[in-house]
Design a protein around this ligand. Structure first.
Ligand code: ZN
Length: 195
């Protein structure tokens, strides 16, 4: 660990609090529920428009960032949600959760639980926030240099860099999916991560 970096740039772990609202002013989620969050800047751990507008900020800065869908969760396509039997899904699913499904060719696709009704869940290919302009109220709580391990994994290991997780392969560069503490929104969640 070296001296604390002065501003947000690639290779810096950013400690921050935030509230995410949609374009109607509804609060989608807030770090009040989970405490200060950490992400590794420059690794696609947060949506692109947020990461871009956080660059250069310093500890103590509090500000509002607006992210259009093209730098957020993209635009919804016109694919219809598909019903899937609850018995074919993990027991603890809830609306808004991502699920990874395997396609016939063996590749993975990320689907979202759009609704749960009776014996079925409706699975959508569209992120729940696709097409939504996002507003983040952000406060920077601290900055630190990333550890070697964090740089290798391309994500933060908790507030102080010592948090451990399973032995699965690290996230591919630019891929989201780092923290289970937040269901969706600012920090994309993979149900296969073990932070
Ligand atoms: Zn890791």
């Amino acid at each position: 660990m070296t001296t604390a970096p002065a501003t947000i740039q690639d290779g810096v772990v950013v400690l921050f609090e935030y509230t995410l609202s949609d374009d109607k002013g509804n609060i989608i989620e807030t770090s009040d529920e989970v405490g200060v969050q950490a992400y590794l800047h420059g690794s696609g751990n947060v949506v692109a428009g947020l990461e871009r507008q956080l660059a250069g900020h310093k500890t103590g800065d509090a500000f509002t960032v607006t992210v259009a869908p093209d730098e957020g969760y993209g635009f919804p396509d016109d694919s219809a949600p598909e019903p899937v039997l609850l018995t074919d899904l993990p027991a603890e699913i809830e609306e808004g959760m991502p699920i990874f499904a395997e396609l016939e060719d063996g590749s993975d696709i990320e689907l979202w639980i759009q609704s749960i009704d009776g014996e079925h869940a409706m699975l959508s290919q569209n992120h729940p926030l696709a097409g939504v302009t996002l507003t983040f109220d952000v406060e920077i709580k601290g900055l630190r240099a990333a550890t070697e391990s964090e740089l290798t994994h391309r994500h933060a290991h908790g507030i102080d860099g010592t948090e451990t997780h399973g032995d699965e392969a690290p996230d591919a560069p630019g891929e989201n999916g780092v923290q289970n503490s937040v269901r969706n929104g600012i920090l994309d969640v993979g149900d296969d991560t073990v932070h």
